[in-house]
Design a protein around this ligand. Structure first.
Ligand code: MG
Length: 283
């Protein structure tokens, strides 16, 4: 699979990080970052200028890759599916996952890029997440492990449970208070404490490192949010499922929100967490 050498994609992803970081540094205030384009992205959210500008910078990198002879289809949060010559290769991009955090100056917001050689989550071969809050670079290549700031993650890190059997700390995403309320009872049965970082990509990385014992999204997520992080979790020794899909990793790499994402340190805990209802709809 010469077309998706991890080393080549790492270089491209790091260039994209440089561009997105300088964009964010040029717009330090909440007022600057809150400016909207007046359009709605393919994912259904109002597009911020920072989202559109970050995507533009990344697409300039993709143009260069295509000009260098690589054919692929990009799937990106705002622009949707864009052909760069087509073929089986898919590059799945969220320029800024956690746009609300980026807008408000809250720490976790991340660039997420996944490279797949087929149409499904199970086809992702390379995943890259850069979290601009803690300045953490996460990446994984199928079969080669997962890394955070150059250190390989220990795949044997276990989950932690308290005396009552509940997980010590569980991540939730899509934390609309109505959906948290609807899931409150099973959340209380599963976890001692909750954390809502505000970005699925970075939250999945916390599971990959064993910092969170698990993650559930309370509404269906999109491939752009989860494609890179799910490989990082699995290469970091964890497990992931998209419970609304036929197969655990059967979520299509397109712009539609198909299923919540559930991740944990073991398959058994993924199955337990998959019972937590995700009632949210995209509104
Ligand atoms: Mg985004």
């Amino acid at each position: 699979m010469a077309s998706i050498l991890a080393s080549d994609w790492l270089v491209a992803c790091r260039s994209a990080v440089t561009d997105v970081r300088s964009l964010l540094e040029s717009l330090p205030s909440i007022a600057d970052r809150a400016v909207e384009t007046g359009t709605v992205g393919s994912g259904g959210d109002d597009t911020l200028m920072i989202d559109a500008a970050a995507e533009e910078a990344i697409f300039a990198q993709l143009d260069a890759l295509h000009a260098g002879g690589l054919d692929f289809t990009a799937v990106s949060e705002e622009r949707g599916e864009v052909s760069f010559g087509g073929g089986p290769l898919r590059v799945v991009i969220d320029p800024i996952d956690g746009s609300l955090n980026a807008k408000r100056g809250l720490p976790h917001h991340a660039l997420s890029i996944a490279v797949a050689d087929g149409p499904l989550m199970s086809d992702v071969r390379f995943g890259y997440v850069f979290d601009f809050g803690p300045e953490e670079e996460w990446w994984a290549s199928e079969g080669a492990g997962a890394f955070c700031n150059g250190r390989r993650l220990d795949p044997s890190v276990p989950e932690r449970r308290g005396p009552t059997g509940r997980l010590e700390v569980l991540g939730i995403e899509s934390a609309d208070p109505r959906w948290v309320a609807a899931a409150a009872e099973p959340l209380a049965a599963s976890a001692y404490r909750l954390r809502a970082l505000g970005t699925i990509a970075a939250a999945l990385c916390q599971v990959a490192a064993g910092r969170l014992d698990g993650l559930v999204s309370l509404r269906a997520c999109r491939a752009v949010d989860a494609a890179a992080g799910q490989l990082i979790v699995r290469e970091g020794g964890g497990a992931v499922a998209f419970p609304a899909c036929d197969a655990p990793l059967g979520a299509p790499l397109d712009v539609i929100a198909h299923s919540p994402v559930v991740a944990a340190r073991s398959e058994a805990t993924v199955q337990e967490l998959a019972l937590i209802p995700a009632s949210g709809t995209r509104s």
